[in-house]
Design a protein around this ligand. Sequence first.
Ligand code: ADP
Length: 891
Amino acid sequence: MADIQTIKNSPKLKRPEFLDPEKKTSAARMADRVLLLGLGVAFAYWIFASLIFALTATSGTFVHNYFNPGLNEVLSRLLVFCFFMIFGSHVGYTMRQRQKADEALAGSEEKYRTIIENMEDGYFEIDFRGRFTFFNDSFRKISGYGAEQLRQLDYRRLLTPAETQKVLAAFGKVNRTGTNIKDLGFVIVRKDGARRWVETSVSPITGRHDRLVGYRGLLRDVTRRRQADALQQEKMAAEAASRSKSEFLANMSHEIRTPLNAIIGLVELLLESPLSREQREDLKVVQSAAFALLSVINDILDFSKIEAGKLELERSPFNLRDFLGEALKILAVKAHEKNLELAYRVAPDVPDRLVGDHHRFRQVLLNLIGNALKFTDSGEIVVFAQCRTVDADHLLLHVAVRDTGVGIATGKQALIFEAFRQADGSTTRKFGGTGLGLAVSAQLVNLMGGQIGVKSVLGKGSIFHFTIAFDVDAKSADGPELPDDMDLSGRRILVVDDNATNLKILCEMLASWKMVPKPASSAAAGMALLKKMGNSGAVFDLALIDSDLSDSGALSLARQIHGRGGDTTRVVMMLTTTTAKETAFYNETGVGALVTKPVRPSDLLDAIIKALSVAQAPAEKRVDNNGSGHDFSLPPLDILVAEDTPFNQKYIRRLLDTWHCRATIVENGRLAIDALDGQHFDLVLMDVQMPEMDGLTATARIRDLEKKRDRHIPIIAMTAHAMRGDRERCIDAGMDDYVSKPISSIALLEAIRRVVPMPDRKPESVDADPSTSAGDDDGELSAILEAFNNDGAFFKDVADMFISDYPPMVETVKKAIADRDGALLSRTAHALKGMARNFQIDGAADAALQLEQLADQKQFGMAGIQFRTLADELAGFERRLKQMVARVSED
Ligand code: ADP
């Protein structure tokens, strides 16, 4: 409500007299008084005239004259009386009219005053001296001054010098033109020094003879609106900056990752070729420098993406224990090189199948373990995972990475989670790094609904711990389960490991499958336990031995177990790496199975089952064809590669050569379309960014053209763009799959296998006219006969066996895949592989080998694809074999 006090005190606001109820009554009475006065005067005149008449008249008395005046006297006295009557009535009438007019004016002034006082906008009037002659309460509030202070104040005190000029110019304009000014914006300085944005309108106040006597105006506080506008503008500017930053980053990442791709790829290939020791070492330095550079670029990219709010989390189900095992295996070699023990333990109550962004989880985990490896010279790094809170559908997973490294001073522990901060920021520091890893990890963990922290003692080690919220997959089980028909309970297992943490973790795993573990911390202790057991007439079912025992006794322990004649103890050896050489070596030593460290529960279980089943049916020990655990074989595909960068062209050509695929390379999308027009290809590898026509446009054209021809060629995008939405753009353009650069050979291989399920190449030769393929068949026949010592009868017998035996085995493979029965699939594929090798059907043997491996990895989807290759190869061979048998019979 308006402050009435202000109004009363302001000079213009003295209440007019006619607004006073008492004064209003006397004014009304005035008219009556004038009337009464007229009557009084008329009466007095009457008396006065009678008196004069009595004194001057010769006859008659005052009383006689008073009551009986003559006609003249009566008329004159009536005249006076009427005059006063009329005068009184006139005065009364005029007074009443004036009173009515005053009341109307008072009413309108009251209205005006109420409006002004209730207005949110400030109202002011100033005179020529710059003094406020009138203002409302809102104006007072905007200015921050009291009413009395304002009345004393020169308006210029509310303005800065620059704003004074602006306002003076506006007044000058009003003065000159006599017109109003609207929406004049300026800043006022309140009494407390705060600045407010205001907008005002100014109009002239005129006095007598239309002379200008001052200015009046309305003043509105628009600070909030201005701030909101400024904020909006800042936001728009920030968004524009962030957009250009993201674009810049995308381009930068493309530009840097493209040559890096070539460097990493070519170094990988070079390392597989014969090299001198020095060359190999130099190349390894180049390789690790390239990887370091790549990880810096990735960190910067991630950091900027998170900063710009552009990082989107993915959601997919994963098996926690397998996931942790795989993630740790990436760093196992590095740990081994530094002679550090790397292990992990998942609390038994943690559900195994979780749903969340496991890529980002891995990124955080690898960063913490990578740091632990970097800052630890001796001892161990152990990862512990347990539930913080859990219900049927959700879980807060708590992960701790404990190392026995240099530790971090208490004062630095909070700083290291900030970007570009390191505990040792000196130029002489021993360890490299950008100081971004923990900042990225902290942000990722926050995004995933968790927190990160550290506990550390300088010189003793650190524990980095974080939480992440995951959903629990409905089909979740706690850890790997034993097959239904497998009962391992009560099996006695000797566990030999010199690392106490590992020993504990292994024993816990074995106990969870109801086995009876006996821990030994050295080979000698293991031997002693074996002897003790032997003396009591019992044996261990299995010995689980760490190959890196510090007393170097792992191998001799294994040999002694193997050499103990009647002893049926099987050995499972735990290795850090399984190179082809090592695998072969251990196989020869009689080791039942191998498992790589850090030991995944599922791997250990598989190895134990495998080693124990050796007792019943000795199985052939498998060695990967390249020792890396990956099979790089592909059918000889014809692949069109659209790629403009020469070193990428070279890298891809070399890669495809090693897979025995034929590469046709073109430099842009237009040439790719031309090439597809004239030639058959099984697959296109399409770079996205190319001159003349980019990969997305080219793919869209190819898909358009295909509609007319009713065929579909698989296209895999290769792009160095690492930004969000790239995959979607590629798939939207019609591509079938996507690999990001730098291209990992495994990723590319898997993408090829995904999109080219069954390159149908053999049937051409099978269905072809036998006469045209006779030459080939002759070659094949003579090679096979040679393997059968050129014994035609022997060959025919075995061929007949093959023709009758293989179809049911193929059916068994098909069923095993459908039933997801890994053991049956592995066994049958293994047997088929042996048969195929006898007849030198390499394609079928390779497919069977892959099936065997896929069975071990429980990848039944991929196995389905391989199965088709195997079945076709065998069917094709059966037709050729029948012809060969016929030919041998003729001979
Ligand atoms: P970078 O390792 O690239 O410098 P990070 O953000 O990953 O960046 O780590 C920041 C700093 O935190 C490191 O420079 C180091 O000083 C400290 N730090 C991180 N992990 C450990 C650890 N496990 N032990 C000791 N210090 C660590």
